[in-house]
Design a protein around this ligand. Sequence first.
Ligand SMILES: *Cc1c(COP(=O)(O)O)cnc(C)c1O
Length: 362
Amino acid sequence: MTDRPKPQPGILNIAPYVPGRSQAAAGQKAIKLSSNESPLGASPRAIEAYKAVGEHLEIYPEGTSAVLREALAAVHGLDGARIVCGNGSDDLLHLLAQCYIGDGDEAVMSQYGFSVYPIVTEAAGGRLVMAPESDFTASVDALLAAVSARTKIMFLANPNNPTGTYLSAREVKRLQAGLPPDVLLVLDSAYAEYVTASDYSVGVDLVEGCDNVVMVRTFSKMGLAAARIGWLYGPAHVVDALNRIRGPFNVNLGGQMAAAAAARDTAFTDRLARYNAQWRDWLSAQLSSNRMRVVPSQANFIMVLFAEPTHAETAFEALLAKGLIVRQIGSSYGIANGLRISIGPEAAMRAVADILKNMVFD
Ligand SMILES: *Cc1c(COP(=O)(O)O)cnc(C)c1O
């Protein structure tokens, strides 16, 4: 068929994003440990704020997410004029690619980086160049070696999904210092709230000190995945470019208000972070036996590596049979022997440990 609308070249080569599985066997009550959602729900203040806007669905939201930007600026000590909010951080990643990548341009990411980066790059007509990692951790030298004259964006998830590994503030600084000044460094700090490493930096200092660094954040991992709220902090010239092309009402009102309340509810954020650190440590220790290896994680999930891909498959099915849904990282990622397990409710953590420690792998 030649006479029908055709997508731009490359669009149909994009492999669609595969979300974490959300259903167990028919009739079974499932616990979802496949999408890195909050095990403690959302901040009660956020829920209250979300409900409060429900009476006036006929009115457009305020287009610049001013209330949310003000809350973020106050809580994080930032310049609110340099914040852009998005319909999830995916929205912002698309906007960045659209702004800075054209046909034939390149973006660089590390080998096991977040799977949305290829989608946004290819959707903008660009090509992703992968830099090899060492032991599931991004390598600054390899990332810099992958830069060419066509490179426009460098994506770094820190900590990274699905590996959970991170780069220290020093290493990220070295990465920025080695980049040509016209390459935009996108620091995706989606899991920042969960980091406990003392040598980590979320990226604010680099954004403020450089003209080519933006920090992207999300509320999705902090209890508001359904509200779809991401935000970005960047230099004024990047913010200006993004504001020209984003949807004029790209963030829904309920989401804006819920996120503003969640941002200010730092007691809830702290509680979630403490809960996560406790059970991340516990589960990591439990699963470092029975021929399993846990890659040290700074996020709200762990990556477990099995001796064989078939072991990962067996483990996945055994967990699923008990209603515990985890994420198979899979061969498309090049980690066929890996499962990603979100830190979830205490009973689920104990059940996962019990099942995997007692599994007999052939
Ligand atoms: C979950 C995640 C996001 C967040 O996506 P949203 O669109 O905000 O839900 C961004 N980056 C990484 C690395 C993630 O794992």
